[in-house]
Design a protein around this ligand. Structure first.
Ligand SMILES: Cc1ncc(COP(=O)(O)O)c(C=O)c1O
Length: 425
């Protein structure tokens, strides 16, 4: 099973059977409030009938069509709809099937771009400590979570920026922490170490999700942007989690006012009803690759299921819901009550930090002496028993509810968490 303690799970499985709106029901028919939008992905809530209908109709009309030297209208239609919401300039789309594939695709597009210019030495990527970019060899190379790499030696050429989590200065920050912009200056050091002419791209999650919601310090992303621009290094934002309304804006890029050259997405793209990812690429990168290509096929890359009809149908229906219900910006109005709710847990036992932005938050717990991760695991298991779906990473509880959340759900999450934290203490 993916990222699961198999032996423990099989001894005591947690099995979900059905879902609707903000809720799951397990195989014993117990309701479980979804405080994580599945896995940061069911942004419009579960089992939306419009998406179900669109998938059914599409499966009747065109189940599959090859997209190698061939096509069908849906990916083009979906791409045109999507770029009405992306930051200006990110106007070309390459469809994948997951966040991991989006990341590997983005890294390859970066290399292809430099190659198209004859800058063939630019093959090194800069990631960041604690980053999660999926599980492809590209993603684990630029990723910064040691466990994800330990057993897999063959990797891309990379180096890493320091992460920006700093409990000493920033604990219990609300929104963007004020301390730490200078962590971006580590990019200057990496440029001195490797030479700008060898660096293809810098990739970061605008807000690191999987490592426990690490919000960037004020000004940090803009500084990265400026350094990249000054040295001809591409900037990639991995918006697999932050895309599609998580911060109260369509993308994190809109929230921070910083536009990357390439942006990766997945998850909320189809409301997770059908697996799909999308990589958004700047016009000038696309143009350069296409114009400078010496072969008829300009980019030797693609997946059998790129632009799959059912995924496009689900994505178009999800986007229609996001637009109709204003979900891509709904988080703006909910961010303050959500922030109040999570920070009200500050005095609960073992809480050493709470951090939040938009509809993402983390509650970090003091690890048990000599047993990191055990307290977090206990919280997750107890929460499930108490009817609350949480994501934990080590001893950090992450919250990222569906964007349809109401204040009554927030109160329920808060009340359940108080009970759980009291018991786990
Ligand atoms: C920022 C980021 N990038 C990439 C991925 C990988 O996505 P997937 O699991 O769909 O391959 C994730 C998954 O959580 C992610 O959070």
């Amino acid at each position: 099973m993916p990222f699961t303690a198999n032996r423990a799970f099989k001894a005591a499985p947690r099995l979900l059977q059905r879902a609707k709106g903000m809720w799951y029901w397990d195989v014993d028919n117990r309701p479980i409030l979804d405080a994580t939008a599945g896995l940061w992905c069911v942004n419009a809530g579960h089992c939306r009938s419009e998406i179900h209908q669109a998938i059914m109709e599409q499966s009747r009309t065109l189940d599959f069509a090859p997209t190698f030297q061939m096509g069908h209208p849906l990916p083009f239609q979906f791409a045109r709809r999507l770029i009405q919401h992306t930051p200006v300039g990110l106007e070309h789309v390459f469809f994948t099937n997951s966040g991991s594939e989006s990341v590997d695709t983005a890294l390859k597009i970066a290399l292809a771009y430099h190659h198209a210019h004859g800058e063939v030495e630019r093959i090194l990527f800069i990631g960041r400590e604690k980053a999660y970019h999926g599980v492809g060899f590209g993603g684990i190379s630029v990723g910064g979570l040691p466990n994800n790499r330990a057993a897999f030696a063959n990797r891309l050429l990379t180096d890493h920026l320091p992460h920006t989590l700093d409990l000493e200065h920033n604990a219990f920050s609300r929104g963007m922490p004020s301390y730490g912009i200078e962590k971006a200056d580590a990019l200057h050091e990496l440029i001195r170490k490797h030479g700008a002419e060898r660096i293809a791209a810098v990739i970061v999650e605008p807000v690191a999700g999987s490592a426990g919601v690490i919000v960037p310090p004020v000004g940090y992303l803009q500084r990265l942007r400026d350094i990249c621009t000054a040295h001809g290094i591409l900037l990639i934002f991995d918006e697999v989690i932050t895309g599609f309304g998580r911060l109260g804006t369509p993308f994190a890029s809109n929230f921070f006012g910083v536009v990357p050259d390439i942006m990766t997405t997945a998850k909320g793209l189809t409301n997770a009803a059908v697996p799909m990812g999308a990589v958004f690429v700047s016009e000038w990168i696309y143009d350069d690759i296409i114009k400078n290509a010496v072969q008829p096929i300009e980019l030797f890359h693609g997946y059998t299921y790129s632009g799959h009809p059912l995924a496009c149908a689900a994505g178009l229906a999800a986007l229609q819901i996001y637009e109709n219900e204003g979900l891509l910006t709904r988080g703006t109005g909910l961010a303050i009550p959500f922030e109040e709710m999570v920070h009200s847990l500050r005095d609960q036992p073992n809480v050493i930090d709470i951090r939040n932005l938009g509809l993402m938050a983390a509650i970090e717990l003091q690890p048990k002496p000599g047993a990191p991760g055990i307290r977090g695991m206990e919280v997750m298991k107890l929460a499930f028993e108490q009817g609350l779906l949480l994501r934990v990473t080590g001893d950090i509880i992450a919250l990222s509810p569906p964007l349809i959340i109401e204040e009554e759900h927030m109160s329920q999450i808060q009340q359940k968490l108080v009970k759980i934290l009291q018991v786990v203490s």
